[in-house]
Design a protein around this ligand. Structure first.
Ligand code: ATP
Ligand code: LTN
Length: 334
């Protein structure tokens, strides 16, 4: 609890251009939750170097992502928006938690299996212990809730296991976090292959809508979206492409799938795709406009980066000192 409010932690990697999946599955929920909780939203750059990065590019993307957090509607006065690398407690707690995590547990992580298959030439120890760093992120702030997409639930589970194991030995040190998976937009699929999730690292640019795509590009990509030959707009498993478009439409408008079916009853795929495209373009436009304005205000963003790193560091240190004492590190001499 901070000032009577429950704590929320989440983070995103600054790798690749953000997609509509990242927005509807994560960012949009973050904004909704930010009134209710004391929120920490990090740009997790320590996680990013588990795969090779170009340094200048990483720095640029990290700043763009932080700017995008604000453009998407997160108020930096109320939410702590900061770079993970600016708070050394993440790495320090991560080391300690490594000593409370089993190889067998980490071996079961599906993201590790996927990523090591994808980066077979660089299966480094950081990629393996990635979930421990993620646990450190969350536990450092004593987070009660962690909004994540379904793909991250396994990492939340291991975070809870590590925290419970630690608490069982040392007493109630960590808050046990709960995952929060938003209802609409939890899993947005690729526009070119509805069996695959929309992902910023997809090689086919037509598979993903990027947050910075202009309206024409958005509409064109939706027109080309892979569907089926049924010809009816119905929300069912047998029509995965249409199912995905309905999910996107509902996440953007707040309508239910049933309302959407009724709205487009008797209409063709062309009409529906155009409506979804226009709706999405309309949702992205204000974010893009705010983003462009913020990019011109260097001093403002710099101020946020500095203040919020200090705020995050304050809370991180509180937990870290407690943990260091529990495990038996000598007290500092002042
Ligand atoms: P990559 O392709 O590099 O693995 P990604 O696009 O899958 O990246 P992440 O950085 O892993 O994105 O995820 C950032 C956040 O966005 C997470 O909370 C994740 O669950 C959410 N997210 C990512 N893709 C989708 C999607 N297609 N639908 C809903 N949520 C998503
Ligand atoms: N692994 C997450 C990003 C991430 C995160 C976190 C999410 C790092 N640390 C802590 C929630 C809480 C991802 O790739 N989406």
């Amino acid at each position: 609890m901070i000032d009577g409010k429950k704590v929320l932690f989440s983070g995103m990697q600054a790798t690749g251009n953000l997609t509509l999946g990242n927005y509807l599955g994560a960012l949009k929920n973050w904004v909704t939750l930010s009134d209710e909780y004391e929120c920490f939203y990090s740009v997790v750059d320590l996680h990013s170097i588990t795969v090779r990065q170009d340094p200048a590019e990483l720095r640029k993307r990290a700043r763009n992502l932080l700017t995008l957090y604000i453009a998407a509607g997160l108020d930096p006065e109320k939410n702590c928006l900061y770079y993970q690398s600016h708070v050394s407690g993440h790495a320090e707690l991560s080391w300690i938690l490594n000593c409370f995590t089993y190889m067998g547990e980490l071996n079961r992580m599906t993201q590790f299996k996927d990523k090591s298959a994808k980066h077979a030439d660089n299966i480094n120890a950081g990629l393996f212990t990635y979930p421990v760093l993620m646990a450190a992120d969350i536990l450092l702030y004593q987070a009660d809730v962690v909004p994540v997409g379904k793909d991250q639930l396994q990492h939340l589970e291991i975070t809870r296991d590590i925290a419970q194991r630690f608490n069982a030995i040392y007493g109630d040190v960590f808050t046990i976090p709960e995952p929060y998976v938003g209802k609409a937009g939890a899993r947005i699929m690729s526009l070119q292959d509805p069996a695959k999730k929309m992902s910023k690292s997809d090689e086919n640019p037509n598979a993903s809508i990027y947050l910075m795509d202009d309206p024409d590009t958005v509409i064109r990509k939706f027109k080309r979206a892979v569907t089926d030959s049924v010809g009816e707009i119905r929300y069912c498993e047998e029509q995965p492409g249409i199912h995905n478009l309905i999910d996107i439409y509902c996440a953007c408008t707040g309508k239910t799938p049933e309302e959407t079916e009724r709205e487009f009853a008797g209409k063709g795929y062309g009409d529906f795709k155009l409506a979804v495209g226009e709706t999405v373009a309309g949702v992205l436009k204000p974010v893009q406009d705010r983003y462009a304005a913020l990019q011109n205000d260097k001093a403002y963003i710099d101020g946020i980066i500095k203040n919020n790193a200090e705020k995050a560091g304050y809370y991180a240190n509180k937990t870290l000192r407690k943990v260091q004492k529990k495990v038996g590190f000598p007290e500092r001499i002042r």
